[in-house]
Design a protein around this ligand. Sequence first.
Ligand SMILES: [Zn+2]
Length: 283
Amino acid sequence: MALRATYEIRCGCGTTFAGDICEYVFAEHDPELKDSILSGEFNRMACPSCARGLHVENRFLYRDERNKLWVWVCKREEEARRDMLAGELIEKNASLEFHFLEDRESYRKFLVFGREGLLELLLKEDRTLKRKEARSLKTNPAHRLILEGKEDAGYLFLSGEKIRISLPLKFSEAHRKQVKGLEGKKRWLRYYSQGLNVHNPYSSFLTRKLRLKWNRIREKEPPGGAANEFDDFAESWAGYRMDRKRFKARYPERRLFFDALRTVSIPRRVRSLDARLIPRESG
Ligand SMILES: [Zn+2]
């Protein structure tokens, strides 16, 4: 059973059309819908006039009877209002539970933001995904795409059996000094993607102990700008690989941590998509 509602959707080409957006996903009754969340096809539709694929992000409820999960998925942009939303949803929840749940007390309730937030949660709390997907995510190769001269610097794509995740590569102005020219930027992004490959919210190779250690070091040697531990890791790793001497002087503890990590085996290879997708300039 999936509950849908019709929304007015506006495409970048100027066309407005009515599309059915899914607002409730009951995982055990709708395996295909669950798969579409994993693959990224969920609430994606084609514009009837220009055929462009549009992803419509809306709030939805994800219920999983087997693992007893009751998850409110809000929009990514709503994360800043987390506390307020939590209150709002608890009220809404109270009336919804009455309709859909028999033993409502046994469900664990979560509030997450965006498909990414839901995937992060499911990889921990959905037993089947945890077993199958988590393993294949770690062994299937990751793919790196570096985009030149575009607003987004590129992506690292992870794929499991069903899950597809794209992690944005970030390059901030703060690193301009350290990085020379386009080649330098590409090198930085390659290292950044290596860092993301080692430690990201969905599939990290840091053990619990190493992760604790990393977060202790982050407190002692606070980062320049990166907001969360994953971006900080990737950014710091790129800085470390770009210029070890300079890095060592500024971040001695981080440097020791990274030195030690070089002996950890990371079975997931990163393959480049760049050459195939970006035509070389001729002449
Ligand atoms: Zn269109």
